[in-house]
Design a protein around this ligand. Sequence first.
Ligand code: BGC
Length: 258
Amino acid sequence: MADSSHAFGIDFGGSGIKGAPVDLSRGEFAADRIRIETPQPATPEAVAAVMHELVREAGLPKDAPVGVTVPGVVRRGTVLSAANIDRAWIGTNADALFTRTLERSVHVVNDADAAGYAEVRYGAAKDHAGLVIVTTLGTGIGSALVFGGRLLPNTELGHLEIDGHDAETKAANSVREKHDLSWEDWAQRLTVYYRTLEKLFSPDLFVVGGGVSKKADKFVHLIDVRTPIVPAELGNRAGIVGAALLARDEQQGAAPLA
Ligand code: BGC
């Protein structure tokens, strides 16, 4: 995998830690994905141990770039927020921890940034030259802002305050599930959310990602906004593919991250 067209991506999620080698010329997995249950509690050390196991199973060469997603703000390798993960992550230098545990250079990025960057490079917003806002609707709401193919990292637009509430506590997919909302009722909440984004950013395109984008035909057409809005295309591959891509770009000194 030492050539620069391949890198390894790892997606750290609430239930599973998943990794795969990625062929960056196509944005596709170069081998089967490996999945290991997320340890409970998912402290940084416990998660690092699982990632070590995953990389060992994959038999990676030492010089392969490795990218890891974390569902929180990641600034120069350090995790700065933990809305839906163990609080112990806050202040952890995850780049350093994983680089030490995995005995190779690791680049850590926000999960939605990875997914959004992958959608612009290979998926629903491929080669879009304008302002694209990718949102991931899951346990929380993640966001990625990409303009002219460049990522503005850590936008955290899931935490916009709308009508006095943290937006993701009203409109995330987990809220739809918890309250058993109909697709119509959820779409109304999403309309309020995307209209707010539209008012603030005037984007050229919204991409709706997260696991629920598999069921896009049930709700995306019900979201009433002026901006074109389309489902993500990479499904649950987006995080892994984006993390691998960002790790390769970082190794080449071209990463768009702050
Ligand atoms: C976190 C973001 C993350 C998003 C999706 C939010 O609660 O603050 O950093 O990208 O959830 O996982």
